[in-house]
Every structure is written in C-alpha cells, then in structure tokens.
Design a protein around this ligand. Sequence first.
Ligand SMILES: CC(C)(COP(=O)(O)OP(=O)(O)OC[C@H]1O[C@@H](n2cnc3c(N)ncnc32)[C@H](O)[C@@H]1OP(=O)(O)O)[C@@H](O)C(=O)NCCC(=O)NCCS
Length: 178
Amino acid sequence: MSVSDKLKISITPLTKADIDEVDEIACKAYGAHHWSKDSFYSELQNKLAQYYIARLEDNTIAGFAGYWCIIDEAHITTIAVAPEFFRRHIGEALLKAMLEDCYSKKVKYLTLEVRESNIAAISMYQKYGFQSFGVRKGYYQDNNESALIMWTENIFWDKFKNKYEENVSKLNEIIDIQ
Ligand SMILES: CC(C)(COP(=O)(O)OP(=O)(O)OC[C@H]1O[C@@H](n2cnc3c(N)ncnc32)[C@H](O)[C@@H]1OP(=O)(O)O)[C@@H](O)C(=O)NCCC(=O)NCCS
C-alpha cells in the first residue's frame, strides 16, 4: 500500500457539537437499543469519563468511543464505527487512543461488557489481549442476551505490552492517525 492510499483519520475528544453526528452513528451501529443523545451530553459532564471521535479528512465523523477511569481500572462504555466504514481499522484506532490514555494515566486494567453474539467486537478485543472472565446472564434487557465480561491483564506486563506494540506498529502501516 502506498502512503497516499492510507486512510487518514484524526482522533479528538468528543464535544457537544459532535453529538448529533455521533447519535446517528450510534443508531446505525447499535440499532434500536443505543444511548440517547442525553446520555452523551451527561457523559460529557462525567469527570470519570473520556470520549473520543474519529474524523475522516472530509470532516465526517466515522466512529466514537469512550471509557470511565476508576482508580487504576478503565471501563470501556462504548465503541462504535459507522457501518459504511467497518473493517477500515477505525475501531482499532479508537481502542488504541483509549489504551494510550491508560498508559499515560498509569491505569493498569481495562474491562468491558460485550454481547456474547458480537463476534466483530469480541474479535477486536481479543486481538488486543482482552480475555473473557465471566458472563452476566441476561444483561441486555432488549433480548435478554448475556454479556461477556472481558478484561485485560495488567497492560504494563510485557506479554500485553509486546502484543499491543506489535498491533500498533501494524496499525500505523495501514492507517494514518493524527
Ligand atoms: C466492533 C466495531 C467497533 C469494530 O470496528 P471496525 O472499525 O469495523 O473494526 P477494525 O477494522 O478496527 O477491526 C479490528 C479487528 O477487529 C476484528 N474484527 C472487526 N470486525 C470483524 C468482523 N466483522 N468479524 C471478525 N472480526 C472482526 C478483527 O480482528 C480486526 O482485525 P483485522 O482486520 O486485522 O482482522 C464495529 O464492528 C462496530 O461499530 N460494531 C457495532 C457497535 C458495537 O458492537 N460496538 C461494540 C460494543 S462492546
């Protein structure tokens, strides 16, 4: 792939002005059961939370993600990419942005819940070293689906960090992240 073929994105903190566009992506990516706009507005007031958007060169928002940071743990609350941009490594780039934050804040562990049928998300998390350590039965009220509870090991441990750095190095070859 030549340098010019690389998808270019910028990852920046979510602002109020982005919420309408983010809400449209949430609706497309998550279907009927997604956060309301009010949830995004209130998350912007949450001091424990950090949210990001991924923007394309033409200024379109292609995805968003966020987490809560509680002492040395981060809980990923959401991550979504507009379906027309699936499999272009934007999800990974958003995950990387959150992991970089965790490294700089000395957060040791990341966790999240994911629908047990969500192969795309589970595969992405597994690629980055998350493992399933439990199930919350019937966690999702819309269809009573169970959630896998996924955790990283300590992200400062060599095994995790080496895998992370290998993934990031490959990611940087295929996508230009500002
Ligand atoms: C999960 C999601 C964010 C992934 O975003 P994406 O930008 O399409 O994913 P990426 O291109 O960054 O893929 C990263 C890795 O995830 C895995 N992956 C992504 N989509 C996959 C799919 N459909 N099937 C299998 N693995 C998949 C692969 O391991 C991939 O790495 P690879 O391309 O080297 O094989 C996206 O599918 C999405 O928005 N889904 C709807 C919302 C959602 O379910 N969010 C998760 C809530 S927990």
